[in-house]
Design a protein around this ligand. Structure first.
Ligand SMILES: CC(C)(COP(=O)(O)OP(=O)(O)OC[C@H]1O[C@@H](n2cnc3c(N)ncnc32)[C@H](O)[C@@H]1OP(=O)(O)O)[C@@H](O)C(=O)NCCC(=O)NCCS
Length: 161
């Protein structure tokens, strides 16, 4: 179980650098990076800072230890739907980049990040929450109500996994 002093909180622009590092650890951990680490970190932290410091469709949360060190994160992008006269919710949510550093895994942090993000999706009236899971994370998402069913189709131009 997580220590009560370990918290999940909303990310802000000051977290951009550590969030970019977590992003690099996640993606370069499952495939060979084709971009130099330093330039990726500069590019990604700039992208993240911009989305976290001003109004944007992106929201992120971080998991941190008692000393405030961030070791996990999750991101959600709210996606507008076209106005619909039949009362359906008018936005979807794209959940991405759920990551917990290996040393901190298996103690419920991933689950807590996911729960906080999904609560916010519910609060904002999201219709479908969609994501592309890594193979090992499918059981975690299934426990939080995700299914592989549905009428969605997708066209991929590149397959990393
Ligand atoms: C997915 C992830 C965030 C879970 O973090 P966590 O703190 O260990 O999460 P919890 O302790 O709440 O849940 C553990 C569950 O994660 C899943 N899991 C375990 N190892 C995993 C791995 N290497 N990668 C992905 N998911 C994993 C399993 O469902 C596990 O449950 P189980 O032990 O009952 O099988 C973490 O494993 C991770 O960062 N993995 C690499 C990145 C990734 O695959 N993210 C998903 C993006 S779509």
């Amino acid at each position: 179980m997580p220590d009560p002093s370990e918290t999940v909180r909303r990310a802000n622009a000051a977290d951009a650098e550590v969030l970019a590092r977590l992003r690099f650890e996640f993606r370069a951990g499952i495939a060979d990076a084709v971009e130099d680490e330093a330039s990726f970190l500069a590019r990604c932290s700039g992208w993240m800072r911009e989305r976290l410091e001003s109004a944007s469709p992106w929201i992120a949360w971080v998991a941190s230890d008692a000393g405030g060190a961030v070791f996990g994160a999750v991101w959600v992008q709210l996606v507008e739907k076209i106005p619909n006269p039949v009362g359906e919710p008018e936005r979807h949510a794209y959940l991405s980049n759920l990551f917990v550093r290996p040393s901190q895994r298996g103690r419920g942090h991933g689950s807590r990040l996911l729960s906080v993000a999904l609560d916010e999706c519910d609060r904002r009236g999201a219709d479908a929450v969609f994501l592309w899971p890594t193979p090992e994370s499918r059981s975690l998402y299934a426990r939080h109500g995700f299914t592989a069913a549905g009428g969605r189709m997708e066209r991929r131009s590149w397959h990393a996994l």
